[in-house]
Design a protein around this ligand. Structure first.
Ligand code: HDE
Length: 689
């Protein structure tokens, strides 16, 4: 190695010599256990203010108190403008299929390559302290610490997005957030301003269909898909370019809550999804997701009636199959929520060489917004030095100084080019031929070089994909969508807003519009004018959760209701059978004692199925206890499997449980609990259909 190259490598090593990640190196540095001030002065008393006499006034001199309160006063940072409530986990991504033919990204050159990751799941509309189970989109953002820098795949659990152009994002977010004058409702789209925006902006409707579907109520972050939404590009070492769309597929399959369940969960455990993720990782049940790509070329893109640069559309998986290229495993809970989950800064602009953007006008706006917002949240342009954000590979450039600079750049080389190496000094880093190279634009169209504030013609259709989503659902899922529209619009006070939305719904599905109108006790208005003809697309099974349901106990929790006189052998046999299938059994009892949960505080909405291991005497007693009756009747209404001992029958009767294939003996429960029994909905939720 010549001396200049060595000097440059040394410089890179120096600036990358940050505390890496959060593996413990960034803990307070003193290992002696002595408490000190921020400046290292040992503290002798952490209880009492320095006072003039035992009952005297506090003294300004008390630097220990002043520093403590000063720091406390500044503990909070602004919450994210959207996606404020989140839960994070460290993980590992492993390539299961090399794709050098598609990308030159080093990560994807060989099967078995892997890198560390940090993933943050989030809800969008609610504040940081809101609940986990609103009807909302979920964020699914992953930072891959690759050997060529960080790659941030900042995804959602919906394939399309509400708007086509970044210009509309502030309007969308203002409309869905709590209303400006009254600051409610919190974490809810069921209000005037959101639906006003929807009625006036039909491009939102495809994603609104997803929002009204069960996709908006994931049972667990471990049981939802993720989508990169935009079309990206990949480029290989020869410069060949392909279009790609990114997908995450959960190994546990998809599962959602029912709306009534989600409402009750938000009271019983506002941290339902966060707790579920934390506990699963803690138990060593590491959530896993396969990374898939849809790959296509410009010929395919040009031959579609919709534009692949339009983020309100998706490409049906039946048209372009998803190819799996890797697996993400979430295997470590954060050490510190603030340092990691709160301070992690995702930016779609973070891509390694070999992955590139498209001209999608929504994506282009995001490329600005995420960098900009981090300065506002984290307070300094040096936010990339925070351990959770710092690359795990060497990094070096001529950016210098700024607030909170933690790197000590040595020498004089803070500009490029320089010839300091000729004087034997470290010249610092230089650009490389192997660095990121933007793909040249390929748009040959005549108007490609004009500056225009317009939407491309192919962006005009707003209903074909919305209809595709609806017709691809099972009947049960369609019922849920109709009920969701009815619920949400029933919370809208302005009559013309309800009417506008109904008029738009007629462009998606006449029967759906009629059902919602009936639920709202309104006559169907005139159909809203459509800017383009709706194309009847082939239904896509991939869009339905229920058509793809995985019958498994893995990741599921069974609530086992017991009392003091329950048969311990019966309990043990059942719990071992549940655990053998990968499920978890939670023992719930009227008195907590040694059990996992106390009945009154552990309603059945917190579990996936229930078992009643009760003697007749215990069941009779529980018939007089409202939480016990609700435990059973809610499980039944939420279509969950119910396993029971013979003695439990009085409680079943009291709770209004009628026999069906989901009401079984204790020994049949582990099998029965692998699914829900939606046929009950027709009987129990009559007003819904
Ligand atoms: Fe975001 N989005 N977004 N978004 N987004 C943010 O960045 C924005 C969009 C997504 O866990 C913010 O760091 C604009 C699509 C996730 O930290 C902000 C537009 C998709 C997260 C921002 C979009 C997303 C964010 C707020 C339209 C799915 C949470 C805090 C042009 C592919 C990341 C922050 C985390 C967060 C802007 C649209 C996903 C303000 C301007 C489409 C998962 O920068």
């Amino acid at each position: 190695m010549d001396s200049a190259a060595k000097a440059s490598k040394d410089a890179m090593n120096r600036v990358s010599d940050l505390p890496q990640g959060s593996g413990g190196e960034t803990q307070q540095r003193d290992g002696s256990g002595v408490m000190t001030t921020d400046h290292g002065v040992p503290i002798s008393d952490n209880q009492n203010t320095l006072k003039a006499g035992p009952r005297g006034p506090a003294l300004l001199e008390d630097f220990v108190l002043r520093e403590k309160i000063f720091h406390f006063d500044h503990e909070r940072i602004p919450e994210r403008i959207v996606h404020a409530r989140g839960s994070g986990a460290h993980g590992t991504f492993t390539v299961t299929r090399a794709i050098p033919e598609l990308t030159r990204a080093a990560l994807f050159q060989e099967e078995g390559n892997s890198c560390e990751t940090f993933t943050r799941f989030s809800t969008v509309a609610g504040s940081k302290g809101s609940k986990d189970t609103p009807r909302d989109v979920r964020g699914f953002a992953t930072k891959f610490y690759t050997q060529e820098g960080n790659w941030d795949l900042v995804a959602n659990n919906f394939a399309p997005f509400f708007i086509q152009d970044a210009m509309k994002f502030p309007d969308l977010v203002h409309a869905v957030k709590p209303e400006a004058d009254r600051m409610f409702p919190q974490a809810a789209s069921a209000h005037d301003t959101f639906w006003d925006f929807v009625g006036l902006m039909p491009e939102t409707l495809h994603t609104v269909m997803w929002l009204m579907s069960d996709r908006a109520l994931p049972r667990s972050f471990r049981m939802m898909e993720g989508f990169g939404v935009h079309t990206f590009r990949m480029v290989n070492a020869d410069g060949d370019v392909s279009f790609v769309k990114f997908h995450w597929k959960p190994r546990l399959g998809m599962q959602s809550l029912l709306w009534d369940e989600a409402v009750k969960v938000s009271g019983a455990d506002p941290d339902f999804n966060r707790r579920d993720l934390w506990e699963a990782i803690d138990r060593g049940e590491f959530p896993e997701y396969d990374l898939g790509i849809q790959v296509f070329d410009s010929e395919f893109a040009d031959s579609q009636f919709y534009d692949v640069l339009d983020a309100t559309k998706l490409i049906p998986e039946e048209d372009v199959p998803v190819q799996i290229i890797g697996t993400l495993q979430l295997n470590r809970n954060p050490d510190n929520f603030f340092a990691e989950t709160e301070q992690v800064a995702f930016m779609p602009q973070n891509v390694p060489p070999g992955i590139d953007f498209t001209d999608d006008p929504l994506l282009q706006g995001r490329l600005f917004s995420y960098l900009d917002t981090q300065k506002s949240r984290l307070g300094t342009a040096n936010f990339f030095q925070i351990p959770i954000n710092a690359p795990r590979c060497p990094f070096a450039n001529m950016q210098r100084d700024g607030m909170m600079q933690t790197l000590i750049h040595k020498g004089r080389s803070n500009y490029e080019p320089n010839s300091l190496d000729r004087a034997g000094e470290d010249p610092g880093p230089r650009p490389s031929d192997q660095g990121f190279q933007t793909i040249r634009r390929m748009d040959q169209r005549e108007d490609a070089n004009q500056k225009l504030r317009v939407r491309a013609d192919k962006f005009a259709d707003h209903f074909s994909h919305a209809r595709l989503f609806y017709v691809s659902q099972t009947e049960v899922e369609q019922d849920h969508i109709a009920a969701a529209f009815t619920f949400e619009l029933s919370k809208v006070d302005l009559p013309h807003v309800r009417i506008n939305v109904l008029a738009q719904l007629r462009n998606i599905d006449e029967a759906l519009a009629q059902r919602v109108a009936k639920g709202l006790d309104l006559d169907l208005p005139e159909r809203a004018p459509a800017a383009s003809e709706t194309v009847e697309m082939q239904p896509s099974d991939a869009l339905s959760i229920l058509k793809n349901a995985l019958e498994t106990l893995k990741g599921r929790k069974i609530g086992v209701l017991v009392d003091d006189d329950s048969d311990q052998d019966e309990i043990d046999t059942l719990t071992s059978a549940i655990e053998a299938e990968g499920g978890t059994a939670a023992l719930i009892a009227p008195r907590r004692g040694l059990r996992d949960g106390q009945l009154d505080g552990t309603p059945s909405v917190l579990v996936d199925a229930i078992a009643l291991v009760l003697t007749e005497a215990a069941a009779e007693k529980l018939c007089k206890h409202k939480p016990a009756i609700d435990f059973v009747s809610d499980a039944f209404a939420h279509c969950k499997a119910i396993g029971h001992s013979d003695g439990a029958k009085p409680l079943l009767e009291k709770a209004g449980v009628s026999t069906d294939e989901g009401v079984v003996s204790l020994s049949d429960l582990p099998e029965a609990a692998k699914q829900r029994y939606f046929s009950r909905e027709q009987k129990i939720w009559a007003a819904q259909s």
